[in-house]
Design a protein around this ligand. Structure first.
Ligand code: NAD
Ligand code: IPM
Ligand code: MN
Length: 354
């Protein structure tokens, strides 16, 4: 829709090197979108005296959505705000190999699925305490479950609500239905540790399973999370839409990314009832910051998810095809994909194909 307002928070370390050229390309593709950059991290510290100033929060609030790079620490409060402040409850992480991606797998063309990750609960946001403060919970289980509260140590809290399970399951069904219409099998796969956590993961499993059953055109399968990890490597072709809890989704999204060729290639989108933000799966890549070698594909593909979400499907497809062609032609492969193209070389190659 015209009049779309987008806040851009480039983030820390190498993240701005992929965010800024991506925004430039998106602006060329759809000039009517209004992008406003807001500072965070070190730059914000220098200008406003804090890493997440009120100005940046206001810029996020007054926009329809945010494009975020990644936090390497200093911008972490922005990430917290984009998730819990804006209640972006589900994180969509597509996993799809394209010809030219340097996958370590045999037959990587089998890899084409979408991870649907709880973005708010589980062990996030961090809540930890001293074992000595555990209180009544310490003695609520049977003898072998009793934590050694006399020891120096800590516990962490893991939370799962029915509301969150319902809306994550709904998001997964929506995506499975859309994919079914596009020729995919319409299969939802749940992975969790329901064998040992009946009240959290067990309940999550029950709710997701029931939700999928409301759609007779969809099929359903469930696996314990460890076995699902194996399946992602051994039989990725059996996966279509994969529903995961927060920390399982965090870990397995990076594993899945490794299976197609690395973090440089994996986009994501986070949706709430009233807000959305788009960021790559990867972090701020501090080890390669300032070298102009970070692969911008993950950020660019997050940009295509952004365009498609707001109805700019034609432009999303054009950008996606240009990226795919750079890989299939193989002239401008980024450094992490075994090529010699710098970040700017890759962007230039994509731009020339648009
Ligand atoms: P990372 O994803 O930043 O990097 C892991 C490895 O992958 C590094 O060797 C890095 O150079 C490489 N890599 C990542 N993205 C790449 C790209 N686009 N092109 C080429 N190579 C790429 O993870 P990390 O090193 O574990 O974490 C670094 C920082 O990022 C930490 O502070 C972490 O908390 C943070 N982080 C933030 C987010 C986020 O803000 N959403 C996500 C993940 C990690
Ligand atoms: C991710 C990141 C974040 C997470 C960190 C930076 C809090 O790893 O988006 O995958 O754990 O969710
Ligand atoms: Mn992660």
């Amino acid at each position: 829709h015209s009049g779309l307002r987008v806040c851009v928070v480039a983030g820390d370390d190498a993240a701005p090197e992929v965010v800024l050229p991506t925004v430039a390309l998106l602006h060329e593709l759809v000039p009517e979108i209004q992008f406003t950059q807001a500072l965070s991290g070190r730059e914000a510290q220098e200008r406003y005296g804090e890493a997440f100033p009120a100005e940046t929060r206001a810029a996020i609030d007054s926009a329809d959505c945010t494009l975020f790079g990644a936090s390497g620490g200093p911008s972490r409060p922005v990430l917290w705000y984009l998730r819990w402040g804006k209640q972006t409850y589900v994180n969509i992480r597509p996993v799809r190999w394209l010809p030219g991606y340097q996958s370590p797998m045999r037959q990587p063309e089998r890899i084409d699925y979408v991870i649907v990750r709880d973005n708010l609960e589980g062990m996030y946001p961090p809540r930890e305490g001293a074992l000595a403060e555990l209180g009544t919970l310490a003695s609520s289980g049977s003898w072998w479950q009793t934590p050694p509260v006399q020891e120096t140590g800590a516990y962490a809290v893991r939370v799962s609500t029915d509301t969150q399970a319902h809306r994550v399951a709904e998001a997964a069904c929506d995506i499975a239905l859309q994919r079914l219409a596009a020729g995919y099998p319409g299969r939802v796969t749940l992975g969790a540790k329901y064998s040992i956590l009946p009240r959290t993961d067990g309940r999550f499993r029950e709710i997701v399973r029931e939700k999928v059953r409301e759609h007779p055109e969809l099929s359903y399968q469930e696996f314990l999370i460890d076995d699902l990890g194996r399946r992602m490597i051994a039989v990725p072709e059996t996966l279509d839409v994969v529903v995961l809890g927060n920390e399982h989704g965090d870990i397995l999204a990076d594993v899945a990314s490794g299976s197609i060729g690395g973090l440089g290639l994996s986009p994501s989108a986070c949706y709430g009832a009233e807000y959305a933000y788009f960021e790559p799966v990867h972090g701020s890549a501090p080890d390669i910051a300032g070298k102009n070698i970070i692969n911008p594909t993950a950020m660019l593909l997050s940009g295509t998810m952004f365009l498609a979400h707001y109805g700019y499907r034609e432009q999303a497809t054009r950008l996606e095809r240009a990226i795919a062609r750079v890989y299939s032609e193989g002239h401008a492969l980024p450094v992490d994909q075994g090529g010699g193209a710098s970040t700017s070389d890759f962007i230039a190659a994509v731009r020339s194909l648009l």
